[in-house]
Write a protein that binds this ligand. Structure first.
Ligand code: SF4
Length: 443
């Protein structure tokens, strides 16, 4: 038997091809391959940079689907199903919207794969694939499962190894699909299994793709203590409350943490309250203290903002841009607040009749990447789209790149920081321009 794993792209640019140059290895497909019995052949096609050979023989196609890639994933599924090949889809989007996904797939997998994937493979081998499977969300790679990273070979992924220590998050930000998916729970792997995986792949630059690696600070401290002797470099995604724990900050730096993607979301107290971003709220005073501490420890911060709350105005968004430039963040993402399906934000906007694109922006033929998908309260949707893109452009202008680089405590701290600053900021700068207003899907 042969299983083909597919990582879909978002779509394409209006008048030219799009190749995702900042692509990271699709860890979850490596985990699925690791969960597949060894007598089953597996192969991976990554739609972000290679053509999918639909006519190549395969017995089952498994597609991982995010909301941004749903439209393209459904197109790929249609190609295979026309050829009589069964398709199963799983991931965040099918879990949040299984009934929608069921319209485009022979089988829908909701929840985590670890406990149920072997059953799927056995059913497929017998030609008895069920319409639905569900694996309870839980600890990643339990039992010490190692991802099959051999399927990533030759794909040109960024030179960093993706791993996971934990899944989920204890907070409940109102726009967050993770919080919905894991029902505010946080699942942590055994550290000896994490260390075994590092020893197995032998790579020294790791991206822990945890939703919030700092959701349980004691567990993160335990991990850091074990990482110190390994002399790796790592980064992850962490909530800003790490800055209130000096022991944690010290352990993170000592263990090789070079920085984190951090959800600042907004610099406005009212918007922060509206978003229910509780790790940012205690003692909020424009993040001065938090940013000072991050710089003191030499962390290269990738600040993530979500813009378009009911209290946000054009001016407050431009103030956010000034804030990001003043603090010379290594990178900043000026994301428009997106109503992900089944989140509290989605339900609120739906009740208020403010959703655009028939409430299904991820499928709508007129929706384009980076467009507002709802009616903001203090500007039009087009104004929100336009001011966020203006912020991205100014943050990535050449004078701004040089200004951000000039921070001796972070981006110029070591040779490694200098190299990674230029390498990744240039890469993601290009992505900002390339993805803007991209169509979803190819058709
Ligand atoms: S802290 Fe991050 S991961 Fe946790 S609920 Fe908020 S946005 Fe989601």
């Amino acid at each position: 038997m042969k299983i083909t794993f597919i990582k879909p792209n978002i779509g394409r640019r209006e008048h030219s091809l799009y190749v995702d140059h900042g692509r990271m290895e699709p860890l979850m497909l490596g985990v699925l391959a690791g969960l597949t019995p060894p007598d089953v052949e597996v192969t991976l096609f990554d739609d972000r940079m290679e053509s999918i050979p639909y006519d190549e023989q395969t017995d089952l196609v498994a597609i991982t689907v995010e909301t941004y890639t749903a439209r393209r994933a459904y197109e790929i599924a249609a190609e295979y199903r026309q050829r009589g090949v069964p398709v199963i889809m799983g991931g965040m989007h099918p879990t949040l919207l299984p009934d929608e996904t069921a319209l485009y797939a022979d089988s829908v997998f909701t929840g985590d794969a670890e406990t149920m994937w072997a059953t799927v493979v056995a059913d497929a081998q017998k030609g008895q694939l069920k319409r639905r499977y569900h694996g309870e969300p839980g600890i990643a790679q339990a039992g010490g499962l190692l991802p099959r990273r051999d399927i990533f070979k030759g794909k040109g992924y960024l030179p960093m190894t993706l791993m996971q220590y934990s899944r989920g998050c204890r907070f409940a930000c109102n726009f967050c699909a993770v919080s919905e998916y894991f029902d505010r729970k946080h699942y942590i792997r055994r550290i000896d299994e994490v260390l075994k995986e590092i020893d197995h792949h032998g790579h020294k630059f790791i991206f822990f793709v945890d939703d919030n690696i700092a959701s349980n600070k004691a567990a993160l401290k335990d991990l850091c203590r074990e990482l110190i002797p390994l002399r790796v470099k790592w980064f992850s995604q962490a909530s800003l409350d790490i800055t209130r724990d000096a022991e944690l900050m010290r352990l993170m730096t000592d263990s090789g943490c070079v920085g984190n993607v951090m959800g600042f979301e907004t610099i406005t107290r009212d918007s922060l309250r509206e978003s229910k971003k509780s790790p940012n709220l205690p003692g909020f005073s424009n993040y001065q203290q938090e940013v000072d501490i991050l710089r003191e420890y030499g962390m290269q911060t990738w600040a993530a903002f979500t813009l378009g709350y009911d209290h946000d105005t054009r001016d407050s968004i431009l103030d956010t841009l000034d804030f990001a430039l003043t603090h010379r963040f290594t990178f900043a993402a000026f994301n428009i607040l997106m109503p992900y399906p089944n989140t509290p934000l989605y339900r609120k906007l739906e009740t208020e009749g403010r959703l655009l694109y028939d409430g299904k922006w991820w499928l709508h033929p007129d929706y384009r990447f980076n467009q507002a998908a709802f009616v903001p309260s203090r500007m039009s949707a087009d104004e929100l789209t336009e001011v966020c893109h203006a912020a991205r452009k100014r943050f990535n202008s050449v004078p701004a790149l040089l200004h951000r680089f000039s921070d001796m405590k972070t981006n110029m701290r070591t040779l490694w920081s200098v190299v990674s600053y230029w390498k990744y900021t240039m890469l993601f700068r290009n992505e900002v321009y390339q993805k803007h207003r991209m169509r979803f899907g190819l058709k």
